[in-house]
Design a protein around this ligand. Structure first.
Ligand code: SF4
Length: 184
């Protein structure tokens, strides 16, 4: 049986498949050993979610653990508004809607559906400037892309030849640990 994938790893994988290796390797250590300033700011922004302190409204569920047996996925959603049937993922600051952000939302969406929740809208929310970005519910084509991504993740071989992207290496929190890094 296929192992479960962690939803946050979808974004990591799209950024750089090798980063998941470091994420898992160093996940047991204090994040202070490798996080840089933007990541620390992002963590603080998310702490309210992880500690379930964002909302006391009964209609708003935060920090819910979700899973999908069909897609073998698990993770934690940021915010689900039961009344509006809206799933929202907040980031500290969104300047670009990266594909990884969308795939994370889709993964949460399919998990919620499988768990019996109704979801009629998806959105990303940028906390710094309080901007909300609606994301369309995935259609068949998007679903195919999503399933392809899961297949690629499961088939990925860390030892296969890899061509790093310097722009990504420059912003990668693992650049000083990675022997493929082009950040220097
Ligand atoms: S330093 Fe570059 S190659 Fe290494 S994990 Fe980061 S983005 Fe990937």
């Amino acid at each position: 049986m296929e192992p479960y994938l962690i939803i946050t790893n979808l974004n990591d994988f799209i950024f750089c498949p090798r980063s998941i290796y470091f994420h898992n390797l160093y996940g047991q250590y204090s994040t202070k050993t490798y996080h840089r300033k933007p990541q620390i700011a992002g963590l603080i922004a998310h702490r309210t979610v992880d500690e379930g302190t964002y909302s006391t409204k009964l209609d708003q569920i935060t920090g819910l653990r979700v899973y999908s047996e069909r897609y073998r996925l698990c993770g934690v959603i940021d915010l689900y508004d039961r009344k509006k049937k809206a799933l929202i993922e907040r980031k500290r600051e969104i300047k670009v809607i990266y594909p990884g952000y969308r795939y994370q939302l889709y993964a949460q969406y399919y998990c919620l559906l499988e768990m019996g929740y109704e979801v009629s809208s998806l959105a990303l929310h940028s906390l710094v400037d309080n901007q909300r970005y609606p994301i369309p519910i995935p259609d068949n084509e998007t679903l195919q892309e999503f399933e392809d991504l899961l297949r690629q993740m499961r088939a990925y071989d860390l030892h296969a030849p890899y061509k790093p992207n310097r722009e990504k290496c420059l912003t990668c929190i693992y650049s000083h640990l990675c022997d493929y890094s082009l950040a220097d």
